[in-house]
Design a protein around this ligand. Sequence first.
Ligand SMILES: Nc1ncnc2c1ncn2[C@@H]1O[C@H](COP(=O)(O)OP(=O)(O)OP(=O)(O)O)[C@@H](O)[C@H]1O
Length: 497
Amino acid sequence: MTYLLKLHPEITIKSRSVRQHMTRCLASNVRNTLRLLESGVRVKASWDVLRVSLPETLPAEREREMEESLTRIPGIHEVLATQEVSCGSLDEAAEWIVPHWTPAIAGRRFRVRAKRRGEHAFSSVDLERHLGSALLAAEPSARVDLKHPEVVVSVELTGQRLQLIRSRRPGLGGYPLGVQGEALALVSGGFDSPVAAWRMLRRGIKTHYLFFNLGGPAHEAGVKEVTHHLWQRYSASHNVDFTSVPFEGVVAEILRSIPDGLMGVVLKRMMVRVASRVAARANIPMLVTGDAIAQVSSQTLTNLALIDAASERPILRPLVTEDKQEIIDTARRIDTARFAEQMPEYCGVISRRPHTRAPADKVQAAEAGFDFSVLEAAVDAATVIRANRLGEKPREPGEVTVVDGPARLAEMPAVSVIDIRRPDECEEAPLALPDVPCLEIPFYELQDQAQHLPADRDYLLYCDQGVMSRMQALHLADRGLNHFGVYRRDDATRTRL
Ligand SMILES: Nc1ncnc2c1ncn2[C@@H]1O[C@H](COP(=O)(O)OP(=O)(O)OP(=O)(O)O)[C@@H](O)[C@H]1O
């Protein structure tokens, strides 16, 4: 099966170089996303469309799954499933094309654009004219307009093979993920924050996640689930971080030191202070929240301004003017609503009479009595896990990811291999893996260097026998570095393990 992916119209009005850059990014995102489902997918970008060819032998259900996944990749306007039929003459081409296109041109201005490759007894212009008049005869309400058509009937004839559009599905639109920079979304597991994060993904922003745990393991498990869902459905081409900050201590300190009416706004100020620190560490320029005007007392303009004043990073609020019902409708469409419905309300602090216009001087005076070492302790206790791991069951002690052979390695989206042998061993028998980035870090330096490696990928350790690499990976996992596994070159090494 071959799919044609149409670019989101906003991409097509960019300058030539920007359009090419975005199209290249989109092609790579499509490749990375589909590679998680199936190997052997080919993606080719041209000026107008991306052509995705799936392996011939895929079961129908798998094909449907892949088509679904294409409709959720940001930057794609339309997903066209194509079908190739045999066609040797102008009349035969019209027999195939007319029933397919008649509904689309009814009452509209159209033109036929034909691409022809190979030997034929007619030219491309002959083909366009013949199909144009056959379409007009079948649908008299349509009009031909070569300059400003509303519908372009695209036809491709290669030798005796005519490509037909079998179905059209709307894509997600927006921009390819990654072309608009990065942001850190504060997610709490209600309806709003996952929708806010999704809006950022759709506009091409690589979005990381930050969660403040107010309700223990159950709260964290629920938020991890919805975040994994967002990652898997809308942004699996990129790996991002999910940071969890234990905030129960901060809540306890607010309850102790802050007057009742100011607690809500102070809690949010504490959150954005920590968020700014997390963002600064990862070089992320912006924060994102699911605030919408007047939903709760901390979301009045006065209180939002007070929250902004505590943040060292600008805060984007994509839902700020949306009605709750609109947000819930979107949450249903993107299928995050079911997580919110199951999540109990973890408010952290409940004021009896919250200030809707908290006075700035009172907030500052109140925070003067807050013990900020509690906030520091929360930052220090934060844990980071990559979004692709959020759906995994907790790893059993002693368990390590093992990847055998270059073919399986090539299927992994973001991976580097680390050769941990001694430098003289590496020189004597270099590890030749042309398609995967390889580093050389001898085993005796690995434990020091591992934490400084970028956490945007998996690392697989390689040594001759696979024994030392397994030991090192286990040791790193004990230290919370769970993205290290083992690479084994071939079956022979597997039997020796
Ligand atoms: N525990 C939390 N962890 C991370 N971010 C949070 C948390 N609580 C609130 N926020 C952020 O602050 C915004 C506004 O907070 P509010 O108290 O209205 O959220 P909520 O009702 O708990 O959840 P949601 O906004 O997801 O419906 C949230 O949309 C979210 O971005």
